[in-house]
Design a protein around this ligand. Structure first.
Ligand code: SF4
Length: 337
């Protein structure tokens, strides 16, 4: 049994404009000590997927239409708010992109960490403070006693993100969900925060779901990758497979749009032309069809199933069908073969 098992998750939002099908049949597992990255453009459904795991979809706006989310064998979609609060912060924690808005600006950093510890663990104020100080030290913040009493605005962006990690890890959760944790940071600080997450994961055997749009971050941090597009999972494989044997045309587009630091040649980066699908009325067939240069007639009519590329690699693309033309038969695409 995996730590987390998500099967055929479907999430809709009701708006004045109609129903948004934000997540359409997503399935994946996270094992103990494993990092799974979910990548995709904004609107691909990656954040909604993890918000569903955390029970953060407000019932007034959206609902889980179907599917299952099992954590340690327990079905999370059936839990009451109170039962979910017991799990959140203690067994599953989340860190967000925007640390300034996630922290309470009027409360000392140390208190924000120790409050979570007191909520979930049966400890005195003094013990909670000692644990909070230990956490602040563990995430690499020096001058701990002074820092404990400071407020969020007295910390830099990178330091605030370290505080967020301290809060998330204070109760030693089994699963940490990091939603674009480094997007707002400059490259050097980004590398430091990623290294910290990696170090903590190795030390504590924490499983991580990492949401990102940055394939460089995926290469550095994850073992498994899920590529999402238009609310669907379009490719799922190991990190090595993603970079050595990518299968889905959308993944090819993502890979072509990042700089190749190992290449001597001055290559032009190729953005993926077109826009993500309108989730009010997604395309009838493959969600990527309007932007895909390999699209065939069937792609406009039917949603492709997930084809097995090999034992540990699947891709939602008709090009994997044995009846599909080989990629060489498309003009102007030889470089992708
Ligand atoms: Fe392109 Fe068709 Fe594959 Fe979709 S199914 S990615 S449109 S070739």
């Amino acid at each position: 049994m995996s730590l987390l098992e998500v099967s055929n998750l479907r999430v809709n939002f009701k708006t004045f404009g109609g129903t948004v099908k934000a997540v359409r049949g997503v399935s994946f597992n996270v094992d103990n000590g494993e990092t799974v990255a979910i990548v995709g453009e904004s609107g691909s459904g990656k954040s909604v997927t993890v918000q569903s795991i955390m029970g953060l979809i407000p019932s007034s706006a959206g609902n889980i239409e179907g599917g299952s989310i099992k954590f340690k064998g327990k079905e999370l979609t059936q839990l009451t708010k109170k039962q979910m609060r017991e799990i959140k912060g203690k067994q599953i924690s989340m860190i967000f992109q925007d640390s300034m808005n996630s922290l309470n600006p009027t409360m000392q950093i140390g208190k924000q960490i120790s409050e979570g510890i007191m909520y979930h663990q049966n400890v005195s104020k003094r013990e909670a403070k000692a644990k909070a100080i230990k956490m602040i030290r563990e995430v690499g913040i020096s001058n701990v006693e002074k820092r404990y009493e400071q407020y969020p605005h007295e910390f830099s962006g990178g330091m605030r993100q370290r505080v967020m990690i301290a809060i998330a890890l204070a109760c030693n959760p089994d699963l940490l969900i990091a939603d674009e944790p480094t997007t707002a940071l400059d490259v050097t600080i980004q590398a430091q925060v990623l290294a910290l997450l990696k170090e903590i994961k190795e030390k504590k055997d924490t499983s991580i779901i990492l949401i990102t749009h940055d394939l460089g971050v995926v290469a550095e941090s994850a073992e498994q990758v899920i590529v999402m597009y238009g609310g669907m999972m379009v490719e799922k494989c190991s990190v090595q497979e993603l970079f050595s044997n990518p299968n889905h045309p959308y993944t090819w587009g993502l890979l072509e749009s990042i700089p190749n630091v190992y290449s001597n040649q001055k290559e032009r980066l190729k953005p993926i032309e077109g826009s993500p699908p309108d989730l009010f009325s997604p395309p009838k067939g493959c969600p990527f069809a309007p932007r895909c240069k390999y699209a065939m007639n069937i792609c406009m009519e039917e949603v492709p199933e997930l084809y097995n590329v090999n034992d540990d690699h699947s891709s939602r693309c008709f090009l994997n069908d044995e009846m599909a033309p080989r990629i060489e038969e498309f003009s102007d695409t030889e470089e992708l073969v």
